[in-house]
Ligand binder design. Structure first.
Ligand code: ADP
Length: 282
């Protein structure tokens, strides 16, 4: 599968409208199952090496509009990997302690150490998305110079510097935007109302945010334009078809792990000889 068409590693000139929310190709269920299973095994194998080698960490960020399928994509793609080496963090509305700190403070303890894959279900990007759309920075109890009209633009700069800092410390970044259409979001919300087993997923807040759809599209476009770089690319994944979105995400994760080229550590010849000596003692 060619994932290059979903990748944005240079933000300048990025336009969300040029990216389809529906996959351009499809495949039969049998092929899809085989593809996902093969990728799952490969991700498992690569993650095991990443963990053993402990030279690099991988941070996978998922951002999307409500109902785009973040939870399902994370569940499917990471199923079967050794839980010891993977951590998932969900970022919700910040609490009062978090709001009293700088906005990157709460993500620090969640960053992956080398050898670990961390998955952020939402992230510090919310601080230039929902916070931009509703101008939430204006409500902060903070110096006036820290909440002026340049606040969001400055944050793009902080984020680029922060991601460079992570990269320089051995953390590879991968940012995935599940690109859902307005129509399909509506269909999924209706299903949440119609199906009793999905009622729990329905939130009034989601309907309110749906009213700001265009503002969010602008916020995403600006954020991606400002922060898509070679070292921290975005992938714009068509999300109207859930099974296909999962295939693309699994391929992106696999390819990113392959690029890190993790290997099981090899012991020195001298050490190997010593190990052989233990055979007699067993
Ligand atoms: P999800 O939609 O990810 O499954 P929730 O329904 O609990 O989970 O939604 C989390 C909410 O938290 C989202 O509406 C999101 O915009 C909000 N949120 C996350 N980070 C921030 C932030 N920094 N400031 C304000 N709201 C935030």
């Amino acid at each position: 599968m060619d994932i290059a068409k979903y990748k944005v590693s240079k933000g300048k000139g990025f336009s969300l409208k040029e990216y389809s929310t529906f996959p351009t190709s499809q495949c039969k269920k049998k092929e899809r199952v085989q593809f996902l299973e093969s990728n799952r095994l490969e991700i498992q194998n690569l993650q095991s090496k990443l963990y053993a080698e402990s030279k690099a960490g991988l941070l996978i960020i998922f951002q999307a509009m409500d109902g785009a399928g973040k939870d399902g994509a994370i569940k499917y793609v990471m199923s079967g990997v050794n839980p010891q080496g993977v951590r998932v963090h969900s970022f919700k509305v910040p609490n009062s302690t978090e709001l009293a700190h700088d906005y990157l403070w709460r993500v620090q303890p969640c960053l992956p150490e080398r050898g670990i894959i961390a998955i952020f279900n939402r992230s510090y990007y919310e601080d230039v998305l929902v916070v931009k759309v509703h101008e939430l920075y204006k409500n902060l109890n903070i110096l006036d110079r820290c909440k002026d009209s340049d606040t969001i633009t400055k944050r793009y700069g902080h984020i680029c510097n922060f991601e460079q800092y992570l990269y320089d410390n051995g953390i590879q970044l991968l940012k995935i935007f599940l690109n859902l259409s307005y129509e399909e979001q509506g269909n999924r919300f209706l299903r949440r109302l119609d199906r009793p087993d999905k009622n729990w997923k329905f939130s009034e807040g989601d309907i309110k945010e749906r009213g700001y759809w265009n503002d969010y599209q602008v916020a995403y476009e600006k954020a991606i334009t400002a922060t898509a770089t070679e070292i921290a690319p975005w992938y714009i994944v068509p999300a109207d078809n859930k099974p296909y979105a999962r295939m693309i995400v699994s391929e992106i994760v696999k390819k990113s792990l392959e690029a890190l080229n993790p290997e099981y550590p090899r012991v020195s010849d001298e050490h190997a000889k010593r190990l052989m000596g233990y055979r007699d003692k067993i």
